[in-house]
Design a protein around this ligand. Structure first.
Ligand code: HEC
Length: 146
């Protein structure tokens, strides 16, 4: 009996951990994808995704540069790699979705703000601008899929 009670108490954290992941007990049928599809051509899908992976890598680079007080390099990375780069512009141009274009423009101006905040060499201001800019990554991913 004692052993059983001990086992029950010890397994509580395991159940809680599964619960926290938010996927406990879900089957494929329960997962609904509400995002709007952009219906991009194969070529544009490829262009979008490779640009996106670069944006993720650039974000990581910027964080690393901030930790080393290399604000100018962080700023030029933001200017060159975030926002509407040449290949991303082609993706937006090929899409008929106006909301995507608007969100793309807003994301672009947030990356210009980020580059300016980084230029000011103010760490707090820079981190807030990065947080704000990354809000657009989240917003667009919540709304759209290729
Ligand atoms: C204006 C829209 C938009 C913005 C802004 C945006 N993304 Fe994306 N991203 C997309 C879409 C659309 C996809 C494809 C999602 C899908 O089909 O499931 C995507 C996919 C990705 C992927 C997956 C790539 C792969 O190979 O599967 C990564 C990583 C990514 N984005 C990173 C970022 C980061 C980091 C930011 C911000 C710095 C960002 N994105 C901003 C639209 C956007």
């Amino acid at each position: 009996m004692k052993i059983f009670v001990m086992f029950a108490i010890l397994s509580i954290p395991l159940f809680c951990a599964a619960e926290e992941q938010g996927t406990a007990g879900l089957t494929a049928h329960d997962i609904v994808d509400n995002r709007t599809t952009l219906d991009l051509s194969q070529r544009m899908k490829h262009r979008l995704l490779s640009n996106m992976r670069e944006q993720l890598a650039a974000t990581r680079t910027i964080i690393g540069l901030l930790a080393q007080d290399k604000f100018e390099r962080a700023s030029s990375t933001a200017r060159a790699k975030l926002g509407t780069t040449e290949d991303l512009k082609q993706v937006y141009d090929s899409s008929k979705n106006e909301d995507l274009k608007k969100l793309g423009q807003a994301a672009n101006s947030s990356s210009v703000d980020l580059a300016m905040a980084l230029n000011s060499k103010d760490l707090k201001k820079s981190l807030l601008a990065l947080k704000n800019s990354m809000g657009y990554c989240l917003e667009c991913h919540r709304k759209f899929r290729r």
